[in-house]
Design a protein around this ligand. Sequence first.
Ligand code: AHG
Ligand code: MN
Ligand code: MN
Length: 344
Amino acid sequence: MYSRAVTLSQFLQQEERLHPEATGEFTSVLMDIALASKMINREVVRAGLVDVLGFTGTENVHGEKVQKLDVFAHQTITRVLGSTGQLAVLASEEDEDVIPVPEGQPVGKYVVNFDPLDGSSNINANVNIGTIFSVLPRVTRRGGGTLKDCLQPGVRQLCAGYVMYGSSTMLVYTTGHGVHGFTFEPSIGEYLLSHPNIHTPQRGRTYSVNEGNYSQWTEGVKRYVDYLKVDDDATGRPYSSRYVGSLVADFHRNLLYGGIFLYPGDRKNRRGKLRVLYEAAPLALIAEEAGGAATDGERRILEISPASLHERTPLFLGSPDDVRECETFVQGRNPAITVERRTH
Ligand code: AHG
Ligand code: MN
Ligand code: MN
């Protein structure tokens, strides 16, 4: 039944053999992330049954209501990763400050920034949600890791990945040697290689954006989205609109099928909604590794050096031709293209 199945652990060991200098420590960080995701998956799939739904009544650092599954996911990842001796420090969307390694635990050489549960507003509707993670080398020399270890540009990432909890649960990651997808097989509790070497199409036919924010967008973003809606067979338009509201789900579909995800800044939030360290940067590394592109409209996401843990950025992410075309509108570089504004 599993004659050709390759587990995540076997795949990582194969990858490790390609790097003689590898010590296996990095592999164990990824295996620990996979372990934590299996524990989260178990709660996600029965969220509707064991009163994990609903709000804790508390709010997170962003003033957003924190749902119990968010807290559970945050605590699980912190607990599993904090006690492995591989990490110097962690940072989570659900914690205002960095998370030190617990007293008495050995301090390691890696840093993990993570979004424990992405798309949490969708939990109660049983819509796909996810976990996003980013692994960096520590930069401080001794003692426990600090904020400085977490605040690094995305180009410094050793690994980036996400888990998507849905009709099937998938783990997708890159270490800079291709993007690889694994599907969870609950009956044996293993992630099995299902999508080796994912490459994203050069151009897609789909765009993902919350059109409810249209009136707040800059003129360039408005013109771009209007442009995608114009009927023009020669350029494959109009594009289809697909928006789940869970970044991991929207990103994963566009990664496989092609297309562009946009969360632009607007009049209310110039820097948009999504965070650099544990949303934009890890997905940007995956996108670029898969042949795609990721920018804030002006520069590569991976070159942003965040000044604070929860710094936000506008995000344009996906097929390279779509992202480049979007940038020409955002930067006002194609006034010649006329786009009739839809009034209805
Ligand atoms: P999180 O649940 O981690 O806060 O992330 C939610 C994000 C992201 O998943 C999604 O793309 C975006 O919020 C949707 O925002 P809108 O509801 O404003 O469109
Ligand atoms: Mn998120
Ligand atoms: Mn989240």
